[in-house]
Design a protein around this ligand. Structure first.
Ligand code: DSN
Length: 444
């Protein structure tokens, strides 16, 4: 196990926890569709002295002194985001995707206004109007969903007929596109047409595919939707955080909604790390990375289907695979499957499938994703191997010895695809000194 060291030597408790987490990430397979391995450069910027700085306001209009460097950092991040996505304006201050979405609603709507968004239990997000989210309590959400499953895999697609019908009936002020558990690409154009027909604004939450859009392997809603929100840590492979893109006409409203509307001081260290990530995503190798994420997801899906799993929507066109466990084993809910896989060293999350008879806490499905292990360098052959290991772990879950054997094979596979072969800032000895200079071998 890596010994924690460097600047954390004075706090062995935290140092040891960080070392344990690094060890977990290096020795287990990361299949959570919304996670990734950032570069040491992103980690170094996240851990920088900018964490010390208060910078309420925006570049050139701050409420505190001493912001000349923070201004440059935030301007750089905004310029890079605009260039990467071809947007007029970027706000890089949202602390998370949830705050980006809230800010967009606040900028565009009045409390009580009507929003059409995708059902959470069919792939949407809490901030798309769940009653347990402040969004659901503040606005009047009406949900659209997906078509029923079809034997040939052509079902479980966003039901655009239903969306159009609801839009004509409800006359929403806003239509929200975007999902967290949807395995097909989402074309923004039909959403725009429907929004235009009923005089609604269109917001596209691309938290999941942002990196795929940057890589040019997923349609971009920039210039089609009025507002585009995203997170920077999923396929985009940056620090944990959010961002918003819009045209010049909405820039002031969006900025005011983020600060002072929803947030106080921006996290300028995270904004520096966002700038690093936007820079990395603009490099030609990121395009190849995006293409490999999709190839790997397709390979994972293909072998899972061979292993007897039903794939929601018949497969995948993005970084995600949604598995319906019921054909594989009707007595294996998502929660139990996730727990077995944790024991086998395969990290993923349970997920409801469309029309799931089980609760969101139990579920009948698993959501898998390929961004992280693609970063670590795994390819299609490894994805097939991972699918078989996953199936074996679930099939042989009552046999401790068999499960231990899967765990050992997982460990061996991970050893060949170490996401962090070099030292890391603040975690491994000397890492604080070399993190910025020493990037990973970019095998992905
Ligand atoms: N938690 C994120 C995901 O896993 O998709 C969405 O916020």
């Amino acid at each position: 196990m890596s010994r924690a060291g460097g600047f954390l030597d004075g706090d062995p408790e935290v140092a040891s926890l960080l070392a344990s987490e690094l060890e977990r990430q290096r020795t287990t397979i990361q299949l959570i569709a919304s996670e990734n391995f950032t570069s040491p450069a992103v980690l170094a910027a996240s851990a920088s002295v900018l964490t010390n700085k208060y910078a309420e306001g925006y570049p050139g209009r701050r409420y505190y002194g001493g912001n000349e460097v923070a201004d440059e950092v935030e301007d750089l991040a905004r310029r890079r985001a605009c260039a990467l996505f071809g947007a007029d304006h970027a706000n890089v201050q949202p602390h998370a995707g949830a705050s980006a979405n809230l800010a967009a609603y606040q900028a565009l709507l009045q409390p009580g206004d009507t929003i059409l968004a995708m059902r959470l239990d069919q792939g949407g997000h809490l901030t798309h109007g769940s009653p347990v989210s402040v969004t659901g309590a503040t606005y009047r959400f009406v949900a659209y969903g997906v078509t029923p499953a079809a034997p040939d895999g052509s079902g479980e697609r966003i039901d655009l007929d239903q969306l159009r019908e609801l839009a004509r009936r409800e006359r929403p002020q806003l239509i929200v596109a975007g999902a967290t558990a949807y395995t097909r690409q989402i074309d923004p154009r039909p959403f725009r047409e429907i929004a235009d027909e009923v005089g609604a604004r269109l917001m596209f939450d691309v938290a999941h595919p942002a990196g795929l859009i940057a890589a040019g392997v997923h349609p971009s809603p920039v210039g089609i939707a009025d507002v585009v929100t995203f997170t920077t840590h999923k396929t985009l492979r940056g620090p944990r955080g959010g961002a918003i893109l819009c045209g010049e006409e909405l820039a002031k409203k969006i900025d005011a909604a983020v600060f002072p509307g929803l947030q106080g001081g921006p996290l300028e260290h995270t904004i520096a790390a966002k700038a690093v990530a936007f820079g990395e995503a603009a490099r030609p190798e990121f395009k190849a990375y995006g293409a490999r994420i999709l190839e790997n997801a397709a390979a994972l899906a293909e072998r899972l289907a061979e292993e007897g799993f039903r794939l929601v929507a018949g497969g995948t066109e993005n970084h995600t695979v949604l598995v319906d466990l019921r054909d594989f084993d009707p007595d294996l809910p998502g929660k139990a499957a996730q727990e077995v896989l944790d024991r086998a060293g395969i990290t993923c999350n349970r997920n409801q499938i469309p029309y799931d008879p089980r609760s969101p806490f139990v579920t009948s499905g698993l959501r898998l994703g390929t961004p992280a292990e693609t970063t670590a360098g795994m390819g299609q052959a490894e994805m097939a191997q991972v699918a078989s290991l996953l199936a074996r772990a679930l099939r042989e879950r009552a046999d401790e010895e068999a499960l231990a054997k899967v765990r050992a094979e997982v460990r061996e596979l991970c050893a060949a695809f170490d996401p962090y072969p070099g030292a890391l800032p603040g975690v491994t000895p000397g890492g604080a000194d070399v993190g910025l200079a020493e990037g990973r071998g970019e095998r992905a």
